[in-house]
Design a protein around this ligand. Structure first.
Ligand SMILES: Cc1ncc(COP(=O)(O)O)c(C=O)c1O
Length: 365
């Protein structure tokens, strides 16, 4: 009998996470110099990391023979200060992906339900499946925002974890304060709400969800250094919650889950607001560039609160492949059940101009 027979059957049935196509792989496949390829597929920051973060990273590297601080004291202290919460209310992870997994460790059992909006981050159904839980997705409103009233109505006695992705990926839309307040007003005690705020730095008029944590509610804010902070390659994210939830996350993690260099770089990155402001400005300029181009081409798009946007191009997979052949890596959305769309990360002006040129070419516009 194969070992598969004895393995976790939920894992065997899993469709693994499909990341954006790497530059090197594309270069090999199409025979192009990697330097000529533009990757706008994974919502990274074209501006790169803060120079101060790189400096801190390099300075820390010579201490790599010693285990890092397992408690990530400096970084978590800084996060606690930024959010005006206690140190014990924080946790860090190897990307916010790890924190999503830790939440599932803490809360899901076979038969539990994980609730999320339709077309949201693909790690939620993957993790749900891995833990033998049932993934329940709720259709969005016609304006592509989460339908929080419908999500509230979908809570059952088995619901343990609810993801509100704000702004959401891949749609780029955001839920405002009023709807959030209504949703949070009388939640049953057996659910935890995770506000996945991977893209919150790019949004204006963001709802205040920290106040629910200060009120002691069962909720957690998840943030990442992969997007506005430009540190996707380093793998770092953090969580802020009430003490009980943070304690569960810290128990479930491996002892040194955030490496030495990541800890050092993230401390420096968190303090370099100037770099974040420049990144946000680049994205706002880039979004305007895409909106104008799509309007002139007569292509529908979803206005975005993030560093990416969705364009309705018809056969998304075909457009993705044709753009790829010309050295521009985008993201097809068929696995997100949106086959008519492609998702484009906003890059710098040169990258955006190249992407728009290629799309005009591919779409004959
Ligand atoms: C909504 C959302 N949450 C979480 C993540 C995970 O990011 P990371 O693991 O790089 O911190 C992503 C990455 O694309 C995302 O889009």
């Amino acid at each position: 009998m194969s070992i598969r027979h004895y393995a976790n059957q939920d894992l065997l049935e899993l469709v693994a996470y499909e990341p954006g196509k790497p530059i090197e792989e594309t270069a090999r496949e199409i025979g192009m110099d990697p330097a000529d390829i533009v990757k706008l597929a994974s919502n990274e920051n074209s501006m790169g990391p803060s120079p101060k973060a790189i400096e801190a990273l390099v300075a820390s590297a010579s201490g790599s023979h010693i285990y890092p601080d397992g408690a990530s004291f400096d970084l978590r202290s800084l996060i606690a200060e930024k959010f005006d919460v206690e140190f014990k209310q924080t946790a860090v992870g190897s990307g916010s992906s790890e924190l999503i997994e830790l939440l599932c460790h803490a809360l899901l059992r076979p038969g539990s339900e994980l609730l999320a909006a339709k077309h949201s981050f693909s790690m939620y159904p993957i993790m749900s499946k891995l833990f033998g839980a049932t993934y329940v997705e709720v259709a969005n409103k016609p304006d592509w925002t989460h339908d929080l009233a419908a999500m509230r109505a979908a809570i059952t006695p088995e619901t343990r974890l609810i993801f509100i992705t704000n702004p959401t990926n891949p749609l780029g839309t955001m839920v405002g304060q009023q709807e959030m307040d209504a949703f949070m007003s009388d939640l049953p005690e057996h659910v935890v709400v995770a506000f996945d705020e991977a893209y919150i730095d790019f949004a204006d008029d963001k709802p205040n969800v920290l106040k629910y944590i200060k009120e002691g509610k069962n909720c957690v804010i998840l943030r990442t250094f992969s997007k506005a902070y430009g540190l996707a390659g380093l793998r770092a994210g953090y969580a802020v919650s009430n003490i009980e939830i943070a304690d569960m996350l810290n128990k479930a993690r491996t002892p040194f889950n955030l490496n030495l260099m990541a800890q050092a770089a993230c401390v420096a990155a968190l303090q370099d607001q100037d770099h974040i402001n420049k990144s946000i400005a680049m994205v706002k300029t880039g979004l305007a560039q895409y909106y104008a181009a799509f309007e002139s081409m007569g292509i529908d798009y979803i206005p975005s609160h993030t560093n990416f946007l969705m364009a309705k191009v018809g056969k998304g997979k075909e457009v993705f492949q044709k753009a790829l052949a010309q050295g521009v890596i985008l993201r097809a959305m068929d696995s997100y059940q949106l086959p008519e769309y492609i998702r484009i990360t906003v890059g710098n002006e040169r990258e955006n101009t190249r992407c728009i040129e290629v799309l005009r070419n591919v779409l004959g516009k």
